[in-house]
Write a protein that binds this ligand. Structure first.
Ligand SMILES: CC(C)(COP(=O)(O)OP(=O)(O)OC[C@H]1O[C@@H](n2cnc3c(N)ncnc32)[C@H](O)[C@@H]1OP(=O)(O)O)[C@@H](O)C(=O)NCCC(=O)NCCS
Length: 330
């Protein structure tokens, strides 16, 4: 055995990746050449392990290159397991994207591989299933991957974030029908986007360069306007083919509580129809997503940007190391 790691799209054997993804898929899938070109071409990072010339393990990543990263395909052929190859792939990703919140959603069998490399099970990850839940693919909409609609953990943690809906009436003075939306980021005022993100997420100052750069590295957008005033935003990083993740959903606090958040998220998801749509929120955002249209993920993992989070904060985001659901026999 002679394992060689090859990083980068230019060093990737597309035709072997195609066969590999088809073999690895938990749900039977086939990819045409164009699809593989697109999902590798639109990935931020790809890495393969080859035994001489044969692809034996693979990982790819979607990232905004600033704050958020999603491992969107990871797999290894069974005869190459337990030799440190999978672990090396994951480590190379956590090194390359150090300082980001790194997510993965994986098959139940691979959870312990990720846990061994510093990942924790995420409590607040969701998959968008379409406003009509019947759109959730039957083969995955079972208890292996998803928690029941509206699921709450016993020790759920509810910090106060933003003004709504902690018992405060919406401050909005306009009607939701008067709000205009656009999916284009051309001419968007990133200073205003930065301001909305800052006030919506508890008033913390944000670096405008991070906001602008992260939005510019995204593929899908929704912005909401009251006349010329930007009042809400959301974006998604995606391979534009199979997977994407929703980020920075925020409504100006003066306009929260009139369904603009819901509209913006469903419009964004509509643009990504047919893709697996992932998102990871914070404890205060769970109630917003934990309803028809979203399913709380059971097999999502998080490699935190700040592994030294105080335990009272961490418990809102991640499950204790080695946590298993009662119906799991992993
Ligand atoms: C979360 C946020 C985007 C929601 O937007 P919004 O326009 O205020 O919410 P909507 O009016 O669309 O709410 C849709 C539904 O979710 C409920 N809801 C909204 N926020 C909620 C929350 N934090 N917890 C529980 N339920 C919530 C609403 O009551 C409403 O319920 P209904 O359909 O029964 O009337 C907005 O409050 C916000 O910007 N918050 C701060 C930033 C943030 O947390 N973003 C999400 C993180 S990924």
């Amino acid at each position: 055995m002679n394992i060689i790691y090859k990083e980068g799209k230019e060093n990737t054997d597309y035709s072997q990746v195609r066969t590999f993804l088809e073999a690895q898929a938990s749900v039977k899938k086939s990819f045409d050449e164009e699809a593989v070109k697109s999902l590798i071409g639109n990935s931020t990072y790809v890495l393969g392990a080859y035994d001489d010339e044969k692809l034996v393990a693979f990982i790819r990543v979607l990232s905004d290159e600033y704050e958020w990263t999603l491992i969107s395909d990871y797999g290894i052929f069974p005869e190459y397991e337990n030799q440190g190859i999978g672990e090396t792939l994951i480590n190379k990703v956590t090194d390359r994207f150090k300082g980001h919140e790194i997510f993965a959603y994986t098959s139940p069998e691979t959870i312990s591989v990720f846990e061994g490399q510093g990942f924790f099970r995420s409590k607040n990850a969701f998959t968008y299933s379409g406003t009509d839940d019947s759109e959730l693919d039957d083969s995955i909409s079972n208890s292996t991957y998803f928690l029941p609609l509206g699921y709450r953990y016993e020790n759920e943690f509810y910090p106060v974030v933003g003004d709504f809906p902690q018992g405060i009436k919406s401050k909005a003075t306009i009607s939701a029908e008067d709000v205009k939306y656009t999916d284009s980021a051309i001419n968007v005022d990133y200073n205003r986007v930065n301001e909305i993100l800052s006030v919506a997420f508890g008033g913390h100052e944000r670096d405008i360069n991070v906001t602008r750069g992260a939005f510019e590295n995204s593929q899908y957008y929704e912005f909401a306007f009251d006349k010329d005033k930007l009042i809400g935003c959301a974006r998604a990083v995606s391979d534009c083919k199979t997977q994407g993740f929703i980020l920075n959903v925020a409504i100006d606090p003066g306009y929260q509580g009139i369904h603009l958040g819901w509209n913006i998220v469903t419009k964004l998801a509509e643009q990504m129809k047919g893709q697996n749509i992932f998102l990871n929120t914070h404890p205060g955002g769970v109630g917003f997503y934990n309803r028809r249209g979203f399913r709380r993920n059971k097999t999502a993992l998080l490699y935190p940007a700040h592994p030294d989070m105080p335990p009272e904060i961490a418990k809102g985001f991640i499950l204790p190391a080695g946590y298993r659901f009662v119906d799991e026999t992993l």
